[in-house]
Design a protein around this ligand. Structure first.
Ligand SMILES: [Zn+2]
Length: 262
């Protein structure tokens, strides 16, 4: 029963994440009104979307993926984000359900990372506001309700992961990596601590390496294409979190080293 409820809760949060994913990258909207305020509207005909047209996943299939007014297609991303969030919340509950405080923190991280992943994938940008919120909540969690003991490790993690990305940013003169990626890496390093961020760093570049190979082989991208590194870091972080920080044990670390050194 609890598992069912947490999944439904995930769907609802996923629906909220969709609002952030669509609206946050549009500065003209956030400037003039509350980002989550106002009614949802069809992006084509601007007709108001009522609550019964906005039920996670269900509405998409009932409406057959089209606007009820103008018939324009609704993006598959909406039900995808909702289902993904529901699934990730479910796994989070199974992994961390024995500690309420920890569970809430993990759910927060998973939700925030999902929003960042899709925003970066769609727009190749990471909103500062999301990273700032991440920093604040991680700071509060680490220092006031911590199962990580609040140590200097978090600051070393920030310096390590943020530092590496800053170095790469300066090396590539901002062409391959954006400043948003640097800030995000700083936050993740802080949130995960030094030891975990070293693992996270390997995992990020391992996934990035595989994605790059796939894109190059399928000729979807050239060597100069921009990579949504934020999405890759988000994926690595979620995998790392939901494997209980043990993901690297499943992967042959020698293989990673070899890929890295060759
Ligand atoms: Zn419409």
């Amino acid at each position: 029963m609890m598992i069912f409820l947490i999944f439904i809760f995930g769907l609802a949060i996923g629906s909220f994440l969709n609002v952030l994913i669509v609206r946050l990258p549009q500065p003209e909207i956030s400037k003039y009104r509350n980002i989550v305020g106002g009614h949802s509207r069809c992006p084509k005909c601007r007709k108001r979307i009522f609550w019964f047209e906005n039920i996670p996943v269900l509405s998409f299939f009932i409406l057959k993926g089209r606007c009820r007014n103008c018939g324009s297609k609704i993006s598959w991303q909406y039900p995808l984000v909702e289902l993904l969030t529901g699934f990730l919340f479910l796994v989070s509950f199974l992994m961390y359900g024995n500690s309420l405080v920890y569970l809430i923190y993990v759910l927060f991280l998973v939700g925030l990372l999902t929003a960042i992943a899709f925003i970066d994938l769609n727009n190749l940008l990471i909103p500062d506001s999301l990273i700032l919120v991440g920093f604040i909540v991680s700071f509060v969690f680490i220092f006031f309700a911590s199962h990580f003991s609040p140590t200097i490790s978090n600051f070393y993690g920030l310096l390590f992961f943020g530092g590496i990305l800053l170095f790469l940013f300066l090396m590539t003169k901002g062409r391959g990596i954006g400043l948003g990626d640097v800030k995000m890496a700083g936050w993740l390093g802080f949130a995960f601590g030094l030891e975990n961020s070293i693992s996270l760093f390997y995992l990020t570049f391992f996934i990035g390496f595989i994605v790059a190979i796939i894109l190059l082989v399928s000729k979807k991208a050239g060597l100069k294409s921009k990579v949504p590194l934020g999405s890759i870091m988000a994926l690595a972080s979620v995998l790392f979190l939901l494997s209980g920080f043990n993901l690297l044990d499943f992967i042959n670390s020698e293989l990673i080293l070899r890929l890295w050194l060759d």
